[in-house]
Ligand binder design. Structure first.
Ligand SMILES: [Zn+2]
Length: 222
């Protein structure tokens, strides 16, 4: 059995335990509106415990607003039904070079503190005959970002999904993000950001990796 203090240490060190989001088997037994109803009461309970007066006009709507935001927005990517459809196209113009979609905005949530992770994702692939619409890459990033996350897992999930959609190993992703749990509390380091990367297939080659990093101009040695 893990002690509470060990569990706390995992969270404080931001260590993830798996590349799959840890979901229970019965995660989708309840409908979205049933979840919102339950979470609404939970949020009210937290606020009341903190001593807040929930009859105040400004606070009255907060439990429902937060519950809806959790289920429909910031954790909406837990629901496989919201996954972007995998429409791909044939690579008619035979473009065989690297395609880089950079500066994709990432809004995610740290699963250890439930505070925002805000940053940029840079995604690249080398087509083996299949291409995706550019906005599809943004949507895939957003889908996996809208979960309680650790940045490493988010990076891996984006690469795995694109590898499957594009039917190639040649996919890479770099994420550079700020964690508000680090920037605004705890050690309060306002300027630090975290860089994670996952390189598949040809991107493991030094020259290919270098080319990708040159495109995104990220001065980091991996
Ligand atoms: Zn955190």
């Amino acid at each position: 059995m893990k002690l509470d203090k060990d569990i706390d240490a995992i969270g404080d060190d931001h260590v993830g335990t798996s590349s799959e989001t840890p979901l229970r088997k019965d995660a989708f037994k309840l409908t979205s509106s049933e979840k919102i109803d339950i979470i609404k009461d939970d949020v009210r309970h937290i606020m009341e415990t903190l001593g807040l007066d929930l009859t105040d006009d400004s606070l009255k709507g907060t439990p429902n607003r937060v519950a809806k935001m959790f289920v429909k927005e910031i954790f909406g990517g837990l629901d496989p039904e919201t996954k972007p459809s995998a429409s791909t196209f044939e690579n008619k113009y035979k473009y065989g070079e690297m395609l880089v979609e950079k500066n994709i905005t990432v809004y995610s949530t740290c699963e250890h503190h439930l505070l925002p992770i805000v940053g940029k994702a840079h995604v690249a692939y080398i087509s083996n005959g299949t291409v995706v619409g550019l906005s599809k890459m943004n949507r895939i990033v957003d889908y996996f970002a809208k979960r309680p996350q650790v940045q490493e897992r988010l990076t891996i999930q984006i690469v795995k999904e694109l590898q499957q959609v594009l039917n190639t190993e040649d996919v890479a992703c770099v994420i550079d993000a700020k964690h508000l749990c680090v920037n605004s509390r705890g050690i309060r380091d306002v300027d630090s950001s975290t860089v994670t990367s996952e390189f598949g297939g040809q991107f493991k080659n030094k020259a290919t990796k270098r080319e990708f990093l040159d495109y995104i101009k990220l001065d980091t040695t991996f």
